[in-house]
Design a protein around this ligand. Sequence first.
Ligand code: FES
Length: 166
Amino acid sequence: MLSKHSLPVKAMKVSLEKTVEQTAAKHAASQGGLLPCLHEIQSELGYIPNTHLENIATAFSLSTAEVHGVVSFYHDFRTSPSAPQSIQICCAEACQASGSRELEAGVADVLGVEFDETHPTDNYRLERVYCLGNCACGPSVRINDEVYGRVELASLPQLVTEALQP
Ligand code: FES
């Protein structure tokens, strides 16, 4: 039996479009219906596809920028599929004070993936987080379930290579 995640690409596209359209139509008439709509889409698909923000905006008579603004404001919303592993860079104040801004600014270049996106290998997703409970040892990075302290940009690629599952 095929699961939702093993459908052929064309069937997956149709399913994705249908889910977005039906969910948006269901919530569009409700006052404050955008957030429940976005939550339901993410719950159903695992993320809110960037390519379909325009459809959602149309259903709610909003601009795509307005919907994008809501999606990007809430850190729990994702606009790309999740990955089996994750790398989280702490961007909260204590880590900023100990140098996380350099990590935040340079991580895309050293790892080859942007924030909130899945690496081309589909092996991990890069995310910002706001405190990992390791403030005294910042900058902090979590790779899967392990938290690392005093992480420097230059040492990040090696740390990632060692910490990620093959
Ligand atoms: S602020 Fe980064 S771990 Fe707390």
